[in-house]
Design a protein around this ligand. Sequence first.
Ligand SMILES: Nc1ncnc2c1ncn2[C@@H]1O[C@H](COP(=O)(O)OP(=O)(O)O)[C@@H](O)[C@H]1O
Ligand SMILES: [Mg+2]
Length: 257
Amino acid sequence: MGTVISIANQKGGVGKTTIALNLGYSLSRLGKKVLLVDVDPQFNLTFALIGMDVVNYEDKNVGTLMTRESSVEDVLIEVEENLHLIPSHLTLSAKEIEIMNTYNRERRLEKALKPIFPDYDYIIIDNPPSMGIFLVNSLTASDYVLIPLELSYFGVIGMQLMFNLMSMIREETNEGLRLLGIVPNKFTKQTKVPQARLKELKELYPDAPILTTIPKAIAIEKAQAEGKSIFEYEPNGKASKAFEKLAREVISIVEGQ
Ligand SMILES: Nc1ncnc2c1ncn2[C@@H]1O[C@H](COP(=O)(O)OP(=O)(O)O)[C@@H](O)[C@H]1O
Ligand SMILES: [Mg+2]
């Protein structure tokens, strides 16, 4: 049965899409069968994986899946043998109102994905930088949440919003939701700020697991701009090594117990 992991943070630009993409690739390179699901109307993950082909999916994407205009088989794209995608589309934002007015609106995604959970080892959901109905659907469908974080003042302060939302989800729709961990992203030793913020984070949330740190690396940005994973772009760089370490850590937490 696949384990569902939401990559979430209401803040934009913290690395959700980057981590969804490269963790997805990394897990698939380690022999896992991976499904990536893009529920961000900005479709960055979809674009990174299929480029301009996204225009062909106006009536076959995560939005039409959630409104039941499409079946799950209709919307699956095979990027690689062990890496599949359910794409987002520009039209997803317009679906929000429609979904808000349907029955069981918090469970539209969970119900649609459930039949294919057994086909994958990991289902990774990339989320928008907002706390609306798409994030609620993702968290309701998920076993775990992974929170990418930039070690800035507002980044650390903003964690509380995610923790509050997770508590609400546990109360209302998904009792079993767990925090997989926080991934400090864009980490640099050039200033002392990230180290200090990391210390603050540990003091504020002593129970939150801090996972592998991802370094700030220009290769990550360049790879994304070219629609490549970091493994294709710079296989032996420090960023690739960090993502492989993160994937192994995720596997050991999820499968180790
Ligand atoms: N570790 C990193 N080093 C350098 N650039 C990064 C890193 N992580 C993300 N980025 C860049 O930062 C920008 C925002 O990342 P993204 O993953 O799109 O954030 P989000 O999905 O949370 O909005 C992108 O241009 C991405 O390439
Ligand atoms: Mg994103």
